[in-house]
Design a protein around this ligand. Structure first.
Ligand code: TXA
Ligand code: MG
Length: 321
């Protein structure tokens, strides 16, 4: 059985710490998405994450820290750029990939010699990490390849029964996974786009930041199948939506344009036009679409600016061509 704990109740937070210290799995709130956490110092506990998620064991995890100084516990030969980025963006939605210490167990890093580290900004999680004296290995708390959860209810519905507890810390304020930047090469390289943009990273570092994984909208078929709702998702231009709006199939529409509300979709959700609000609601909207049992989810293409690149990236991965 999976128990529901309240992150605002001190005794519940203490219970989460006890469960984690005892090697159990606890879903925890972060500012990005909910994480499926285990004590990063207990390889057996970390192994259980892979079983619960049915995640392939070569797929490495992020370790969540409560204090910047703990970078030294996990990483070796830490470049100045890592400290600069941590000072600027932590606690926050930025994950740093660094050379791992030899002592770090391969179960966390999927056998790689690098490790991904971040300090999350959710206040209850920070308390748990700091006062529980824990470092937590945590992927997003969803079954492998499915949508990341942005609420405790979403975790319960998809992972309930597979973990000891879910710590409810409310809706995630950012709603999209952290930016991942690899600092082990000659130049910093973004491995996953997220709330912190390459421009912000470059401004802090004063050097160029590579983002070779920025795919063009033209090739959604190239994307690895990740972050997918169960219902087929189709990315559509405004013109395609207008042309096909009255086609009699049960479909949900996510749009940025209120004018589309009188089209004959089973449900039309007009999304906020500012990126942070859109991102915050995106997974929730896709999750709701799955509950509706519509045949397809149509999503209007977001703007193709750098600010929207994390949303565009997740939508392309979610779409089926
Ligand atoms: O916002 C987030 O990052 C959320 C919250 C829970 O912190 N976590 C998250 O974890 O999205 P996950 O496991 O769903 O995605 C972690 C990504 C994976 O794509 C993994 O390949 C990459 O991080 N990663 C982890 N360690 C790595 C490493 N050593 N080198 C390269 N990529 C790594
Ligand atoms: Mg994930």
């Amino acid at each position: 059985m999976t128990i529901l704990l309240n992150a605002n109740v001190e005794s519940d937070l203490a219970q989460a710490v006890q469960l984690l210290r005892g090697g159990k799995l606890v879903a925890v709130p972060t500012e990005t998405v909910y994480g499926l956490a285990a004590d990063a110092r207990q390889p057996e506990a970390v192994r259980a994450i892979f079983t619960a998620k049915q995640r392939p064991d070569h797929h490495p995890l992020i370790v969540h820290l409560g204090d910047m100084a703990q970078l030294d516990d996990w990483a070796l030969r830490i470049p100045t750029s890592a400290w600069e980025l941590a000072k600027q963006f932590w606690p926050g939605p930025l994950t740093l990939v660094l050379e791992k210490r030899h002592s770090v167990h391969g179960v966390i890093t999927g056998g790689k010699n690098t490790i991904a580290l971040r300090m999350p900004a959710h206040p209850a999680l920070l308390n748990l990490l700091r006062y529980g004296d824990l470092s937590l290995a945590a992927p997003s708390a969803n079954p492998h390849k499915h949508l990341s959860p942005t609420s405790a209810a979403h975790v319960m519905a998809t992972m309930g029964g597979k973990l000891a507890a879910v710590l409810d810390g409310g809706e995630c304020v950012l709603g999209i996974e952290s930016t991942i930047v690899d600092l082990t090469g000659d130049e910093p390289r973004v491995l996953r786009s997220g709330p912190i943009t390459p421009t912000q990273l470059a401004e802090t570092l004063g050097c160029p930041v590579a983002c070779p994984l920025q795919h063009s909208i033209a090739v959604p078929g190239n994307m690895p199948e990740h972050y997918r709702p169960r219902t087929p998702l189709r990315l559509k231009t405004a013109q395609e939506i207008q042309q096909d709006a009255n086609y009699p199939v049960a479909r949900m529409l996510l749009t940025l344009n209120a004018d589309r509300e009188n089209f004959s979709f089973a449900l039309t959700r007009v999304m906020p036009s500012d990126k942070p609000s859109y991102a915050r609601l995106l997974y929730r909207a896709l999750y709701e679409a799955d509950q509706l049992n519509v045949r397809e989810i149509w999503v209007e293409l977001p703007p193709s600016t750098e600010e929207w690149s994390d949303v565009a990236d997740r939508l392309m991965r979610a779409s089926r061509s």
